[in-house]
Write a protein that binds this ligand. Structure first.
Ligand SMILES: Nc1ncnc2c1ncn2[C@@H]1O[C@H](COP(=O)(O)OP(=O)(O)OP(=O)(O)O)[C@@H](O)[C@H]1O
Length: 405
């Protein structure tokens, strides 16, 4: 069995920004942007771990922090048995040689004033490698370009060719490990497959280990051995790639898969459902399960008889009330709103909603919030689900018998 090359434990990267002049003047503690909030995973030698999630979930920050291009605010990264945070001097230089990155945008990541030969040679020059030009020509050939293109400029190349240049540059120092940060997202679909095949071949030939970052699950399917699904700074599910695709456990993984169009004839007429709403701000993530504000399976209290669609609608009203972007200012008459919102509700649920709208019509937002909280509070908002054990760990209260019986 292969050895673990990279081991990430409780990694945290919070960004601190002073929000406003008042924060600065009064030296207020700024709110942290919790871009990565306690992430753990291992990558074995020769393996590809796909890291997927929507834009803003913290994937790039994870990749950059793992490589110590950004300093973590918590947790540890071990590379080949050494704590990356402790490295300095020659050891850090050696880590930088062994662990590199390919960026998403080949247009932005290449200096337009340098020839592609110079671009690929740069890391070799920095590390004082002799006979660098010869090595650059070999690398250009290796990634499917021609050694004769050494003196050409990036603007003379197509998107796919520029990404080949980016890959050649990342390979220059013979790394063992690469973070591939959305390496094909900026490319046409036809070109994506060529670059993915190249990355696959290079991995086989050179024994590379990859952390492959993508927002699109379909991209990681063929290249990954295992997948980690990230939502709002946390990993919500990990597993073997086939298990994740065939039997996704977490509602977020399921929703990501639902939003992937499939070419399969049986599946091609399937309705492609997109995830509703945006990823909430990592500055103020939802309490409990961070996905609960968008989850189609949020768990009602045991003693409440309510169907899922109605509960989801109630939770949306509650989320907006709690955030303060809906309130008494929007409600002039309780009758009009209760009719509208309570149509699907009965019994205790209906009573609570009617009371809440009466409070809103009377201008008492806090009473409305409290009434709804008392009746509808879900375990999904009061407790953070932990990744469970097993070959495909997921962090969801639905899988915890204690919360669903
Ligand atoms: N330098 C920074 N300062 C403050 N916040 C940041 C900084 N860089 C990223 N963020 C925030 O951290 C969160 C995670 O960003 P990150 O780029 O890691 O996500 P991502 O999943 O890679 O998304 P994308 O694919 O859009 O890059 C986002 O809310 C982003 O706005």
């Amino acid at each position: 069995m292969s050895e673990t090359l990279l081991s990430v434990d409780g990694l945290e990267k919070y960004y601190y920004e002073r929000d406003s002049l008042l924060d600065t003047v009064f030296r207020r503690e700024p709110d942290a942007v919790k871009a990565v909030d306690g992430v753990s995973f291992d990558v074995k030698e020769g393996e590809t771990l796909g890291l997927v999630g929507e834009s803003g979930c913290g994937k790039s920050t994870t990749g950059e922090t793992v490589l110590r291009l950004r300093e973590p605010t918590g947790g540890t990264v071990e590379f080949d048995g050494a704590n990356v945070g402790d490295l300095s001097g020659e050891e850090l230089t050696e880590f930088r040689r062994r662990a590199g990155i390919v960026f998403q945008d080949p247009f932005a990541s290449l200096d337009p004033r340098m020839t592609i030969g110079q671009i690929v040679r740069e890391p070799l020059s920095v590390h004082g490698v002799a006979n660098a030009d010869e090595r650059v020509r070999e690398l250009l050939e290796r990634v499917g370009l021609s050694a004769d293109q050494f003196d050409r400029y990036p603007h003379e190349f197509s998107g796919g060719q520029r990404q080949r240049v980016g890959i050649a540059r990342a390979l220059a120092l013979e790394p063992d490990f690469l973070v591939l940060d959305e390496p094909v997202s900026a490319l046409d679909v036809s070109v994506q497959a060529q670059i993915l095949n190249l990355l696959d071949d290079l991995q086989d030939d050179l024994g590379l280990t990859y952390l492959f970052i993508a927002h699109d699950l379909s991209v990681v399917r063929h290249i990954s051995d295992r997948v980690a699904v990230m939502y709002l700074g946390e990993i919500v599910e990990t597993g073997e790639v086939d298990d994740i695709f065939e039997n996704p456990r977490h509602p977020y993984t399921q929703a990501l898969l639902e939003s992937v169009p499939r070419a399969d004839t049986m599946e091609s007429e399937r309705e492609v459902r997109t995830l509703s709403g945006d990823v909430p701000s990592p500055r103020n993530p939802p309490s409990g399960c961070r996905f609960r504000t968008r989850c189609p399976h949020v768990i009602p209290p045991n003693d409440l008889d309510i169907d899922q669609a109605a509960f989801r609608a109630v939770m949306d009203v509650r989320d907006r009330l709690e955030r303060g972007d809906f309130g008494s200012g929007d409600v002039s008459s309780a009758d009009e709103w209760t009719e509208h919102v309570s149509a699907e509700l009965s019994g205790r649920a209906r009573e609570a909603m009617e009371d809440a709208f009466e409070s809103l019509a009377a201008g008492d937002d806090e009473a409305a919030r409290g009434r709804l909280r008392d009746t509808f509070q879900s375990v999904c908002e009061t407790a953070s689900p932990e990744l469970d054990d097993g070959s495909q760990p997921a962090a969801c209260h639905l899988d915890d018998p204690a919360t669903t019986t």
